[in-house]
Design a protein around this ligand. Structure first.
Ligand code: ZN
Ligand code: ZN
Length: 202
């Protein structure tokens, strides 16, 4: 029972990454993984774009053998390769507004204000995705190492309007610019005594 990309013959399977149904007739990725509850392998189903984001190592070799071609294939490969290179990208579940003000950002450890845009994260362990908390949208660049492609926030479990997506993108960019500024200030701060002493001597 090897991993496969095929058209869904029913609409009953749910995508393991986003939790939404995979519509009948849609292309889906089945990843054969060791069965956590018994012998042999079990098949885990994903929307193909969700697999490109969340299970890139499993998807890439199957994608190579598949009939998916052209622009669609290039787009999926790009998403998957980015996830292989920077594994944290695979943790993105969705962007959302914080429903309470009680959760702390996994990156900066500050509380995330109610209503603020945050990115909710999950990790794949033993055949299932487990939520591992959230980060400020403005901490996105710091956490992922670079600005994550917005496409990662347009999967089936992300019903964001273009305006909302633009807000998330702006927060990520502003957050990155702000942290560069802070680093600059910190650097200036450490250099200050030297500057003072040089002033005295001159
Ligand atoms: Zn999905
Ligand atoms: Zn933060």
């Amino acid at each position: 029972m090897p991993s496969v990309i095929e058209r869904a013959s029913t609409g009953r399977a749910k995508c393991r990454a986003c939790g939404q149904a995979i519509a009948r007739g849609d292309e889906r990725f089945g990843e054969a993984l060791p069965n956590a509850y018994g012998d042999g392998d079990a098949m885990f189903w994903f929307h193909v774009p969700c697999a490109a984001c969340a299970r890139p190592e499993g998807l890439l070799p199957v994608l190579e053998q598949s009939s998916v071609s052209g622009k669609e294939r290039a787009r999926l490969e790009e998403l998957a390769r980015a996830g292989v290179a920077q594994g944290r990208l695979c943790r993105i579940l969705r962007a959302e507004r914080a429903s309470s003000g009680r959760a702390r950002c996994r990156h900066c450890r500050e509380l995330i204000e109610q209503g603020a845009w945050r990115i909710s994260l999950q990790i794949f362990e033993e055949g299932r995705f487990t939520p591992v908390g959230t980060i400020h949208a403005s901490c996105g660049v710091g956490y992922f190492g670079s600005e994550p492609p917005l496409e990662r926030f347009t999967l089936p479990n992300n019903q964001l309007s273009p305006d909302e997506l633009a807000q998330v993108a702006r927060l990520m960019r502003d957050g990155a610019a702000h942290s560069v500024q802070l680093k600059g200030l910190a650097k200036a701060g450490t250099e200050e005594p030297e500057a003072k002493s040089s002033r005295k001597t001159s």
